[in-house]
Design a protein around this ligand. Structure first.
Ligand SMILES: *[C@@H]1O[C@H](CO)[C@@H](O)[C@H](O)[C@H]1NC(C)=O
Ligand SMILES: *[C@@H]1O[C@H](CO)[C@@H](O)[C@H](O)[C@H]1NC(C)=O
Ligand SMILES: *[C@@H]1O[C@H](CO)[C@@H](O)[C@H](O)[C@H]1NC(C)=O
Ligand SMILES: *[C@@H]1O[C@H](CO)[C@@H](O)[C@H](O)[C@H]1NC(C)=O
Ligand SMILES: *[C@@H]1O[C@H](CO)[C@@H](O)[C@H](O)[C@H]1NC(C)=O
Length: 458
């Protein structure tokens, strides 16, 4: 709870003296104080007066640590890293909940920073202004990591929120000669390729990310690894469709994640789910242009990957290379299971439904005998249109470990151009069409393949 104490005193004094002098204006004054009270509360998300105290205590429960009070300039040019770090340390050490405030109307330039916990209590990191990194690889400090920018490490209990903007200024990173450029004939060239993830949460728990706009990350916009209990809400993530590797939200070794009511458009996956992810609920996402929502890639370089209990529902995927995708490399091990894709509208999507167990970036991956097992995948109420350059459904499963228990129910995908339905593609895919889909998928195999009778434990 936020209680407001300090501004009341002069008002009370005024009220007191006015009441004494003019008893009849009391009613009017009452509403006036109420208004003031509301204004003061709303200030929490607005910049306070120009010269704030280093900490403003709102009555004992919540203290605001405004970065301006720690020496931040916020002109978009001056390096404000130290000020933000100091404000973080103060908020993190506060005995009762602290608000680190990045005020509206200012732009803070920050270098790579690791905000480390644990903190003494929950921290609210309130971004109402803009935060941005140095502009491109040439301006990046030589001694700091080029793989991450803002890192939250070992935090238990934090909300990253506000109406402000995190601007990754990714353009110069995307143009590095080493990068793959979509749609251009330009081949990748050797050279330094590391690019920073904009916001990374590492080994943290009880996190909330809410309301922010995040754009143009040099690489992934958000990455969660080794985290638990993450709630993402009302985020807007934007990068150009041609920006390489700019996944919206990447999750790995993380469980209990909710991603709700958010819009993502970028040059790679809207959401990508890596190894060690469980209990992920994704709902009401508008995705695209992008590469869709992906589980994987998993099993790279013979690694073991387990992913289970993932639901994606009530979402729209538009003008994207893929819709809902599961991709694994050959040679991996582990399993993907209990996946549900429900109520998803596709608008001109190239591969609306795709399982690819031959994922390979070089086009020359040798066939191998092991694979990440895929089972219990439900596609229900998936409707809309597909880009006719690819078949609308593609179940390309492993020779050595086929996919099992794929279920299709109320799947209707029509060509976005023309009226010729392309045939779905299946390879070693076991499952059923619960209702006749459009186009119908007659290529699914019935039953359970003999070698799969032994359950896979993950
Ligand atoms: C990098 O060098 C600058 C200036 O020499 C210094 O202020 C900064 O703390 C260094 N950063 C790291 C991560 O070592
Ligand atoms: C879905 O998310 C959008 C934001 O992308 C939000 O405006 C809308 O209210 C949400 N719909 C529901 C039903 O929650
Ligand atoms: C699956 O994940 C949801 C959260 O998305 C959770 O509520 C549910 O209990 C999980 N189911 C199992 C069987 O663990
Ligand atoms: C690997 O196996 C798949 C499926 O059997 C087949 O289509 C593909 O041609 C094989 N690739 C190589 C390099 O042998
Ligand atoms: C097949 O998958 C569905 C969910 O898609 C699940 O309810 C069912 O139990 C699975 N069947 C078997 C035999 O595991």
């Amino acid at each position: 709870m936020i209680t407001v104490l300090f501004p009341r005193l002069p008002i009370l004094f005024l009220l007191f003296s006015l009441c004494f002098l003019f008893p009849r204006v009391q009613g009017k004054l009452h509403s006036y104080t109420k208004q003031r009270h509301l204004q003061t509360i709303s200030r929490i998300s607005l910049p306070p007066a120009p010269a704030p105290d280093p900490e403003v205590n709102f009555g004992g429960d919540t203290t605001i640590f405004n970065v301006l009070s720690f020496g931040a300039i916020g002109n978009g040019v001056t390096d404000d890293t130290q000020a933000l770090k100091m404000a973080w340390d103060a908020a993190c050490q506060a005995e009762e909940s602290g608000i680190l405030l990045v005020p509206k109307g200012y732009s803070f330039m920050m270098q790579t920073t690791i905000f480390t916990g644990p903190c003494n209590s929950d921290v609210i990191f309130q971004i109402d202004g803009t935060i941005m990194p140095p502009n491109g690889p040439d301006s990046w400090p030589k001694n700091s990591s080029k793989r991450q920018w803002l890192v939250f490490y070992r935090i238990n209990g934090m909300s990253l929120q506000g109406g402000g903007l995190i601007d990754g200024r990714g353009e110069k990173w995307w143009n590095l000669p080493c990068k793959q450029h979509k749609g251009s004939k330009r081949t990748t060239q050797p050279g330094a390729c590391d690019s920073p993830v904009a916001v990374r949460f590492f080994m943290s728990s009880n996190l909330r990310v809410q309301g922010l706009k995040v754009k143009n990350s040099p690489q992934f916009h958000f990455r969660f690894d080794g985290c638990q209990n993450v709630h993402i809400e009302l985020l807007s993530i934007k990068a150009p469709a041609r920006s390489p590797n700019t996944d919206g939200i990447h999750i790995e070794n993380t469980n209990n994640v909710k991603i709700y009511n958010s819009a993502i458009s970028n040059g790679d996956d809207c959401v990508s789910i890596g190894a060690g992810s469980y209990h992920i609920d994704i709902r009401n996402i508008t995705c695209g242009p992008s590469h869709g929502i992906s589980i994987g890639s998993l099993g790279v370089r013979n690694s073991r990957a387990c992913v289970s209990n993932i639901t994606v529902s009530d979402s729209v995927i538009k003008h994207s290379d893929n819709g809902v995708r599961i991709k694994t490399w050959q040679g991996g091990s582990g399993a993907v299971s209990k996946i549900t894709f429900r109520n998803i509208y596709m608008d001109t999507v190239r591969n609306p439904i795709i399982i690819d167990q031959y994922y390979c970036l070089t086009k020359s991956c040798p066939n191998q005998t092991s694979a990440v097992v895929i089972s219990d995948v439900l596609y229900t109420n998936i409707k809309g249109t597909y880009d006719v350059r690819s078949p609308p459904m593609h179940f390309f499963c492993s020779d050595s470990v086929p996919c099992t228990n794929l279920t299709l129910s109320e799947v209707e995908l029509l060509p976005a151009q023309g009226n010729i339905l392309s045939n779905p593609v299946c390879w070693k895919a076991y499952g059923i069409m619960q209702t006749i889909s459009i186009p119908p998928v007659f290529c699914l195999l019935e039953g359970i393949p003999p070698m799969m009778l032994i359950g896979i434990k993950c």
